[in-house]
Design a protein. Structure first.
Length: 349
């Protein structure tokens, strides 16, 4: 952005532009040993502390209805982080509903047919849900871009129609009367803990050597292959990690709702995580959390406007994307770490 400033008569107008500069504290806080004051320590500690404090305090002060909204936002935040993780490896998924639905049905089967308690069905649903989805998608790991995405989109729709046509696993009625959590506080703080573990775990993972290999597969898989690494083995591992996290959400919601059925494969579980990641800021994981905690409550706020809800919600999404195409988190982080000033532009001869 450039600006022309008025000058005295007969003189050429001075031209200026905005320059972004890192704050001095940021430059000194890249390494922990460089922190020299409480101000710098707070500068580094406050951003990661915000989600921790909010997820601890909000369940205590919100009414019951908005506690359920908070729970739903947390689930979509985890689904969005999983999608962001897979996209960071070059696997753009349109089928988070596949992972969610398989995890939900595995937990429902373990509860309904085998009578396993919640503390066993959720971990097993997470593990076997991620494993089943990984095995299903192994044959298409060599596909890239839209081809891989289309397969992930079709599979949950296919499973939904199979259950409807055959009547398996309760058919259109689903499995009902499943075991619930002992109390609602366990529901809220369990999913809040998983959001935090997923957020900080993914951020740590992607900055490790293992994460650099995964990013290299996304950026230039041929170069990674030429280094003697089996990229399909790494992609299978990433698929299992991302799928297992989504499967946990499905297993968790099965016991929250005490029901599992065809809605577990609904398209909402595929589309909304992508929208939250894009609005919040892709590639950051924190952006996915921020997007989920904006869009899910926004949807509930608009419930009172009736048929206009979809229109206003769509306009809100378009507004976020047009005004902040980089994502909200990228914008907020830049404003936090940098400041802008006007500097003169030298005239070219």
């Amino acid at each position: 952005m450039q600006q022309t400033m008025p000058t005295a008569a007969g003189a050429a107008p001075a031209r200026r532009r905005k320059e972004r500069i890192d704050r001095g504290i940021k430059a000194r806080s890249d390494d922990v040993f460089a922190l020299t004051s409480y101000r710098e320590m707070l500068y580094v500690a406050i951003p990661p502390a915000i989600p921790v404090v909010l997820l601890l305090v909000l369940p205590l002060i919100l009414p019951i209805y908005w506690q359920k909204v908070l729970l739903s936002a947390a689930v979509f935040a985890v689904l969005a982080m999983s999608w962001d993780f897979l996209a960071s490896v070059g696997m753009v998924s349109l089928g988070q509903a596949l992972f969610f639905g398989v995890g939900a049905y595995v937990a429902g089967i373990l509860d309904h047919y085998l009578g396993l308690p919640v503390w066993l069905s959720i971990p097993l649903g997470t593990l076997f849900g991620g494993l089943i989805c990984t095995v299903l998608l192994l044959p298409v790991l060599r596909l890239r871009g839209i081809y891989f995405a289309m397969v992930t989109l079709v599979l949950p729709l296919m499973f939904e129609r199979i259950i409807e046509a055959t009547g398996l696993l309760g058919g259109t009625e689903g499995l009902t009367g499943l075991t619930s959590f002992p109390n609602p506080w366990i529901e809220l703080y369990l999913i809040g803990t998983v959001v935090l573990l997923t957020l900080f775990g993914f951020r740590r993972l992607m900055t490790s050597d293992y994460g650099l290999v995964l990013k290299g597969i996304r950026d230039n898989d041929r170069s990674v292959m030429s280094a003697g690494l089996n990229i399909y083995w790494y992609k299978a591992q990433a698929l299992f990690i991302g799928g297992a996290i989504c499967a946990f959400c499905g297993a968790y919601m099965t016991h929250v709702q005490m029901f599992v059925g065809m809605p577990a494969f609904a398209l909402d579980y595929s589309i909304l995580p992508i929208a939250t990641a894009v609005v919040g800021g892709m590639g950051t994981f924190a952006g996915s959390v921020l997007g989920a905690f904006l869009l899910v409550p926004l949807s509930e706020f608009l419930r009172g406007v009736g048929g206009w809800r979809t229109v206003l919600y769509a306009l809100s999404l378009v507004g976020f994307i047009v005004l902040l195409p980089e994502g909200i988190f990228h914008y907020v982080r830049r404003k936090y770490h940098q400041f802008e000033r006007w500097v003169g532009v030298e005239a070219s001869s």
